[in-house]
Write a protein that binds this ligand. Structure first.
Ligand SMILES: O=C(O)CCC(=O)C(=O)O
Length: 287
């Protein structure tokens, strides 16, 4: 399993602050990529039924297959979530999309996605100097090749996380050509992992290629935010999972401990801290 050095982490976090996104230096390990693809294919086939060319999006995908939960446990992502949120972060959202050239022309976040920022919504959340703080960090796992250029790659506007969503423009008032200088099209090889700030403007055009686009988005937020696309697990639903998986999925605890961790809570994800950091047990301000 790849793991980032402190230096790589510093560089990626600096990119996140400046550009609103970064690309992990290593591709996803082939075995993990293959397992996630097999899981996506299995769930997609079951959901499609006879509509074999339909695009399929599945929310809270981590509960559908252990390989998709393994993506949520990908060490470089957890290291970077730790960097931005400290030890008290958990899973905010997970979904996958399996998107062929489906010919629907829809921009419904299934067949394609229009330009937007994820929020958080409503946009009435506090801003500092006009910029929205980082409330969740989202990782896109692109599991199929997109280097051919017309597969409906994720696109972002570099630095847009520092501005209001689409500069406050609506409908045809927003023209992506006006931002051509900062437009980044992530026509990337299979196994590429891209992360972005939730306020980053992003979109994905329809897949116009013969290669089905398959990817997962997995995001993390502080434990004092509720997950976006699932309820907290009920008794028994986390049986057999690792301590880290149970933490990410939100195992039961008394209300105050979502906000004020006990020393053992601070320890749960402690192995993802930077090696140069003070050992977590010695940090008093989490008491
Ligand atoms: O279709 C895509 O890849 C983009 C998805 C998206 O915009 C989102 O999850 O907010």
């Amino acid at each position: 399993m790849p793991s980032l050095t402190d230096e790589q982490r510093r560089e990626l976090i600096a990119q996140l602050e400046d550009d609103g996104y970064f690309i992990l230096p290593e591709l996803l390990p082939e075995a993990l990529c293959k397992a996630a693809l097999a899981a996506i294919d299995r769930v997609t086939t079951a959901q499609r039924g006879d509509h074999t060319r339909r695009s399929v999006k599945v929310a809270n995908c981590v509960v559908h297959d252990p390989a998709l939960l393994d993506l949520a446990l990908y060490e470089p992502a957890l290291q970077l979530a730790y960097d931005v949120f400290g030890p008290m972060f958990h899973l905010c959202q997970s979904n996958f999309v399996s998107r062929p050239n489906d010919g629907t022309g829809k921009s419904d976040f299934v067949s394609a996605s229009p330009w937007h920022a994820d929020g958080p919504r409503p946009g009435l959340f506090p801003k500092i100097d006009g910029a929205m703080g980082l409330h969740y960090l989202k990782f896109g796992y692109f599991l199929t090749d997109l280097t051919h250029g017309n597969g409906g790659s994720l696109q972002v506007v570099r630095g847009s996380h520092k501005r209001p969503e689409l500069d406050g423009k609506r409908g045809t008032g927003f023209q992506i050509e006006d931002y051509a200088r900062d437009l980044v099209k992530l026509d990337c090889p299979a196994g590429t992992v891209v992360a972005f700030h939730q306020a980053q403007w992003h979109a994905a055009p329809p897949n116009e290629s013969p290669i089905e686009r398959k990817n997962a988005y997995i995001s993390y937020c502080p434990t004092w935010m509720r997950p976006l696309d699932r309820e907290f697990p009920r008794e028994g639903e986390l049986e057999g999972l690792s301590a880290e998986a149970r933490w990410l999925l939100g195992e039961w605890r008394p209300a105050q401990r979502w906000w004020l961790p006990q020393p053992e809570d601070v320890q749960r994800m402690a192995r993802f801290r930077r090696t140069a950091d003070t050992p977590v047990g010695a940090v008093r301000n989490y008491d």
